[in-house]
Design a protein around this ligand. Sequence first.
Ligand code: FAD
Length: 269
Amino acid sequence: MTTATAAKPKALPDAQTVLSVKHWTDQLFSFRVSRPASLRFRSGEFVMIGLLKEDGKPLLRAYSIASPAWDDELEFYSIKVEDGPLTSRLQHIEPGDQIILRPKPVGTLVHDALLPGKRLWFFSTGTGIAPFASLIREPQTYEDYDQVILTHTCRDVADLEYGRQLVEEVKSDEMLRELTEGGVDKLVYYPTTTREQSPKMGRITDLLKSGDLFDDLGIEGMSPDTDRAMVCGSLGLNNDIKEILEGYGLREGANSEPAEYVVEKAFVG
Ligand SMILES: Cc1cc2nc3c(=O)[nH]c(=O)nc-3n(C[C@H](O)[C@H](O)[C@H](O)COP(=O)(O)OP(=O)(O)OC[C@H]3O[C@@H](n4cnc5c(N)ncnc54)[C@H](O)[C@@H]3O)c2cc1C
């Protein structure tokens, strides 16, 4: 147990054990923790996780569960904010450490919040890929849609690596292939970078507006009859994509009132 986590397992009713940690860049890491036996969630939802503060009180932040609902463990994909109250410490967790996990999943990036459709778009930037890391491993995604398109935009190529490897795993995963009867072949991955040179550069909003995205994928555009979308990025990105989707006639849905698209902030601020 490292001092960085400072969580006292016995004193924590919501303690979960860190099982593995992977650092992708100096700003991004993913980790897996044990799953409380009683925790039920829908792929795409988020929970509050955290560590104990010096004063013994919990310091919690919202985190999308990046693993699918059927997984025995829980996976998270995290930023490292240099002066961030939680992530300046969370980035030092190691297997065997404990974190706090409040078992109350919520969120709008769920299949229930969308009306049936033919094509599902996942628009993500940065750690906003986390809920979609869950949903692209969720068999229902491939049962409900003919085509699933995951866009992920980051500054640098290395920031895409978590998503790139995940898509590769999903496409070659035997169990998922069996569960979806080959449905994972419907998954289209569209990574772009905004700073470092890569095969596809540009903000996803610009690529949407220019029509490049559709040209690249051989798609005519979006229609409320066929297309559904989930968006997870900064507030600004979410608002820009909302405007574009509304322009195509898609309406925002919610758990209580499903419609054609849903959004969730990847972080506050
Ligand atoms: C619904 C929801 C789901 C979330 N899911 C995730 C997730 O799966 N993974 C994750 O890393 N974070 C996620 N976040 C953000 C997370 O709650 C924390 O903000 C983050 O862990 C940083 O915590 P902190 O205490 O270190 O810094 P904070 O004080 O929370 O944040 C400091 C500043 O860092 C920036 N920042 C915070 N989080 C991010 C981020 N993810 N990407 C880029 N800049 C950021 C913002 O400018 C923020 O003002 C989510 C937030 C919300 C609202």
